[in-house]
Design a protein around this ligand. Sequence first.
Ligand SMILES: *Cc1c(COP(=O)(O)O)cnc(C)c1O
Length: 434
Amino acid sequence: MNSILALHGGTPVRSRPWPAWPRVTEQTQAMLVDALHSGRWTVSGAYTGREPYERRFAAAYARFHDVPYCVPTCHGSSALVVALEALGVGPGTEVLVPGLTWVACASAVTGVGAVPVLVDIDEETLCMSVEAAEAAITERTAAIMIVHLFGSAADLDGFTALSARRGIPLLEDGSQAHGARWRGRRVGSFGAVGAFSFQQTKLLTSGEGGAAITADPSLFDRMSQLRADGRRFLAQPRIGQLDLEEIGAIQGRNYCLTEFHAALLLDGLSRLDAENDLRRTNVRLLEERLSRSEGVRVQGAPAHLDSRSFYHLCLRIDPPAFGGAGVDDVARAVAAELDLGAVEPVDQPLNGNILYNPLRSPRTPPSQRVSLDPARFELPAAARARRTCFTIPHRALLGDASDMEDIAAALEKVRRHFAAVRSHSRQPGVAQCL
Ligand SMILES: *Cc1c(COP(=O)(O)O)cnc(C)c1O
């Protein structure tokens, strides 16, 4: 094999194209065009006599999770906001948020006037640690937000028990784990509410979009009104009239999903399980291949996550096996070998993430400047994850075994290179060539 890194002008391991994401089939196009000509582009348009895509998707997504209710929203972030508000989270309360996750988890909490309490992660799964969460609970804790990060899950047995023991509702963010199962049951259906994003990179997508699922009829009713300016669906719609009834019991906002988005989601949902199976099969092949060499392993998952989904493939390097190279350099070199964009280290933990700036918000009252300061939290396990973990986009997992061979070969080539650089640089008179 060519040993010069692609990054340094060598021949890359891979030059064939990777599977595309998002996927577009004949069915995708047919459903989108059907929504276009349906005479109704959103739920706040008049009833046409046929069930809108939004209602069809909500019913299908609830059924998929074996729960009675689903409220679609325009973004995952707005799903978190309506979930938090429905759970009674607001000024004077705190929400436990994992220290390693997308910024929206924390900014949704500050957006409803509450304080995110950043909690460190479990070393193995990279999801919120149950022990650290329990230690962070105060009398103001109004919700525990867990995120099933990348291809893993928070300890749902531990968190459902903690939630019951302390009487604090669990909010599951399933934005990175669509379709995964814990003891046979879909993740997102364990919490009081499960929130999801359908943004373009997610495993189920409409470009932008979100949903909140629940088994609780009163949470469902509140979330329905919160996301539609205080309106909810009529039981008996009439053709030509709005089928959203003005209730006015709470202050809602418009977080509705359009018919086009709902059509795309209904289409994608019909493929989700098969795509998850394919990604899982491929990761199993890759894991088997990686177990024969040193230095890289797949993010761990609890045993009860009996069918994982992979929102990106998160890999952890053992830095000494890479000659002590940093994960940023390793990710850059692997990206070049695979000719694949978005191979990146995991995000910075939220106590040092440039996107999380509650103190810069003009709405932050002086009295909250201490409690909202992200720097007050210590997140050593999240910091270690940032130094050792990187992700490969999930579209690379939609091909076949030969793709997994390429990924393994790229990792091995990069590892050998960095290990050799270190042994050279230890010899006197040989300059480090990086
Ligand atoms: C993507 C994501 C969100 C935000 O969803 P948007 O649809 O972009 O608003 C929230 N939480 C997690 C864990 C995510 O990955």
